[in-house]
Design a protein around this ligand. Structure first.
Ligand code: GRF
Length: 199
């Protein structure tokens, strides 16, 4: 199965997915990285991993529809079957949603529906909750809405800082995302149950 990963920033999840695919843990072909931020570190990672990159700035297009149409054209030319969002800081519009209905997934650093949107880790810390986590879900037109596929809990310790919590969450994401994608692409029909243990 051919996958395109969309990222806007560091791309550590993109790298975890690409390495899993290249080492055969994830039975998929990472055909393209789409990056909307020229200069993002995700682009350097793609070059190191020898994965083709489409760097595309929405500012160069008159509308979101035109921007997404350009991306869509590339995805179709590569026979991409699934879109994996990994720190892509933009809502997906109707052009891509309609073309890839039910085939776009996202990872979010909270237990959705709690703390959607930006800075989910900071939101959880500020709220003083004892547990947060990671959620992988199908993408719809909303912000971090859409049916949940898998989630994992992360305990927030009394001494937790932004940095320590971010580290814990990212470590889980990097093993969870490739595993859940493998289940989704090549697993049984049953709902994906990623280990809901405490990390
Ligand atoms: C991840 O924490 C992900 O959950 C969120 O954005 C972050 C992306 O990090 N959607 P990276 O670019 O993969 O390092």
């Amino acid at each position: 199965k051919k996958i395109a990963v969309f990222a806007s920033g560091s791309g550590s999840n993109f790298q975890a997915i690409a390495v899993a695919a290249q080492s055969g843990i994830l039975n998929a072909d990472i055909s393209l990285l789409v990056c909307d931020k020229p200069g993002a570190f995700a682009v350097d990672r793609a070059e190191m991993l020898r994965i083709p990159v489409l760097v595309i700035s929405p500012k160069s297009y008159p509308s979101k529809a035109a921007y997404e149409a350009e991306i869509l054209q590339r995805l179709i030319s590569l026979d991409v079957e699934m879109i994996v969002l990994a720190g892509y800081m933009r809502l997906i519009g109707p052009t891509l949603l309609e073309a890839y209905e039910g085939k776009i997934v996202n990872i979010h650093p909270s237990l959705l529906p709690a703390f959607p949107g930006k800075d989910a880790i900071g939101q959880a810390l500020a709220a003083g909750v004892e547990t947060t986590g990671v959620t992988i879900h199908f993408v719809d037109e909303g912000m971090d809405t859409g049916p949940i596929i898998a989630s994992a809990e992360v305990k927030i310790d009394a001494s937790e800082t932004m940095e320590s919590l971010q580290k814990k969450i990212q470590r889980i994401e990097h093993s969870m995302y490739p595993d859940v994608l493998e289940e989704l692409l090549n697993g049984e029909e049953e709902a994906v149950q990623w280990e809901k243990s405490v990390h």
